[in-house]
Design a protein. Structure first.
Length: 606
């Protein structure tokens, strides 16, 4: 029956047929199913080992007598504390009536005797079997089993699945078989969908074997079926996004060789751990009032904690219930919240697949085209602003600063993602005039495949800066900016944009080197330009409030806005523009040399 199923799959997707045929061998299937059943047995027996026996303590949470005894114990301790405080007060004022103090001491001694008797009773006596709430125990422990498997599913599918996908692509690349797949008549979607469905097939089998117990445990714990199905939908959407990202990472990270799968799956594991810690320590809805909130929607922990409150031993997380997106209350009901998660996974996975299709056939191209980079930057700004546009409770200044830092990090990454390699720029410089139909140079620089990325970086900077400029220009009071400081804030934004253009120009110059390690040189040069000034300022103790001028030329000109004058900031901007002009003049000279070298060689040969 399994062979017939695989044959039918082969008619629909040959790559999936290849993957399933190589992995769903009898021994592999037996091991996957057996390990799944063994894990289920271990988890069930572990929970069953805590079953209340004849020696169940009176202090046990399932003993019906414990609430009354606990209340009695609390009352005794409260009475003891009150009497002790009264005795201390009377002793301090040296009360003349000596009958009160002995009376209080006698009462305290009596309370101590009762507490001792109660402690002895709790220690020596056990809860009667007829007073143990077995029904509540079974409900709670079915819930523990359900939550245990919910966590296991997330780690197994995301970490192990990404490892297998990246490892498989690395092996295909090393063997040279990936080039055969690139040359096959199958579409990129068909090939890589087959990979995504087939490579982790044994993990799917492992999880599917445990699904019946997981669902039964949830129902036995009185968890609504809609919540359980919602969890499954989130898990499928999360796997779709992470597996798509794993395929893209495997295609573009060939230089890491055998470390590819460890780096990729290790990054996923670190992300899951970090977001799990954040989800278990963020009881306030204000934690979602920052641009960083969007990244938490790629992790399944927050929504899992929302659906199953005991996931982190807490009550239902109220932060997701109050979250808004452009003032829309998406957290008011489960359907809208799950829908937002799935929509986010779907849009991002679609974008990743667009990049995968671009990189699969031609590994010499940039990861993102210039047009795709504009869409990416605009989409990120919409998502950031969506979470910012809600009740901020006086934290707008902090959120504004966070948005600047996140956008700066995105831009630094985007510089290397859209900058073409030396050979592509050389081809563009030599053969651009042969392109049909001809288009203006500026248009080619904005959207061309092999043209330099300086102008494209500038366009992305404008997209990223536009929301900030509008915020400063129209709503300065939200940021505690006075009318006199509004010009400074806009100039600081302009300085940030200019500094990013300097970094982009440096990176593009480094990428024109003949050195095969030019990407490392480019990254090192930009990293030095970013961090070296800050290190120097720290060593020399140059503070922005004492000497603001040097800080205007750093990565964080905002630090010197309050102390610097408008004239100083304007001169700093002119200096940055001059540096940008000189770097691009040098870059254009090198491009011209690259473009003319072939012609000169032909003329010399004649």
């Amino acid at each position: 029956m399994m062979l017939n199923f695989i044959d039918r799959v082969g008619e629909w997707n040959p790559q999936l047929f290849r993957e399933l045929k190589g992995r769903l061998k009898p021994l592999n299937v037996l091991l996957a199913v057996a390990s799944s059943f063994l894990l289920q047995l271990v988890v069930f027996l572990y929970q069953l080992g805590q079953y209340p026996s004849e020696k169940y303590s009176l202090r046990g949470s399932y003993c019906n007598l414990w609430p009354a005894l606990q209340q009695q114990e609390t009352q005794l301790y409260q009475r003891q504390s009150q009497l002790t405080q009264q005795l201390s007060n009377y002793q301090r004022i040296k009360l003349s009536d000596q009958n009160i103090i002995p009376n209080l001491e006698a009462q305290i001694k009596d309370i101590d005797i009762k507490i001792s008797e109660l402690q002895t009773h709790l220690f020596k006596n056990l809860c009667p079997p007829n007073e143990i709430n077995f029904q509540l125990w079974w409900r709670d422990h079915w819930e523990y089993i359900f939550i245990a498997f919910s966590v296991i599913f997330i780690f197994t599918l995301l970490v192990a699945g990404t490892y297998l996908l990246i490892s498989d692509l690395a092996k295909e690349e090393n063997k040279g078989t990936l080039n055969f797949l690139r040359l096959s008549p199958q579409s990129e979607t068909s090939i890589l969908t087959g990979k995504m469905l087939g490579v982790p097939s044994l993990i799917y089998l492992f999880v599917l074997t445990a699904i019946p117990l997981h669902f039964w445990a949830g129902k036995s714990a009185n968890i609504a079926s809609s919540y359980i199905l919602g969890y499954y939908a989130i898990l499928i959407g999360c796997c779709g996004f992470f597996y798509s990202a794993a395929l893209l990472y495997g295609l573009v990270s060939r230089s890491f060789s055998s470390f590819q799968p460890w780096l990729g799956s290790g990054g996923v594991l670190l992300f899951l751990f970090m977001t799990m810690i954040i989800a278990s320590n963020s009881p306030h809805h204000n934690d979602f009032n920052t641009p960083l909130a969007w990244f938490r929607f790629f992790s399944p922990w927050d929504i899992s904690n929302y659906l199953f409150p005991n996931l982190f031993n807490r009550y239902r997380d109220s932060s997701l219930e109050q979250i808004q997106f452009f003032y829309l209350p998406i957290g008011k009901n489960v359907a809208s919240l799950i829908g937002f998660y799935l929509l986010n996974y779907g849009i991002c996975a679609y974008g990743v697949w667009a990049v995968i299709k671009r990189c699969f056939r031609n590994h010499q191209t940039t990861i993102l085209s210039k047009t795709q980079s504009y869409v990416f930057m605009a989409f990120t700004q919409v998502m950031f602003l969506g979470f910012i546009m809600q009740k901020l409770d006086g934290r707008k200044g902090e959120i504004f600063a966070a948005l600047i830092i996140i956008n700066a990090a995105l831009m630094l990454s985007l510089i290397f993602v859209i900058s073409p390699i030396r050979q592509n720029i050389q081809d563009w410089a030599r053969y651009r005039h042969q392109n049909q139909p001809k288009q203006p140079v500026w248009q080619d620089l904005v959207s061309g495949e092999k043209s330099p990325a300086i102008l494209s970086v500038a366009v992305n900077l404008v997209i990223a800066a536009t929301p900030l400029i509008i915020w400063v220009a129209i709503f300065p009071k939200d940021l505690s900016i006075n009318n006199g400081e509004q010009g400074k804030a806009l100039l600081a934004l302009a300085l940030s944009v200019a500094v990013m253009l300097i970094y982009a120009s440096i990176a593009q110059l480094m990428l024109l080197m003949k050195n095969p390690k030019r990407y490392l040189w480019a990254v090192g040069s930009v990293a030095t330009s970013v961090f070296l000034p800050l290190i120097v300022f720290s060593v020399l103790k140059i503070q922005p409030h004492q000497n603001p001028t040097p800080w205007l030329f750093s990565t964080v000109p905002w630090a010197a806005v309050e102390e610097a004058t408008l004239g100083t900031m304007f001169m700093a901007l002119l200096a940055d523009l001059t540096v940008i002009a000189l770097l691009n003049w040098r870059f254009n000279k090198q491009v011209q040399v690259l473009g003319e070298s072939a012609t000169k060689a032909l003329l010399a040969s004649r």
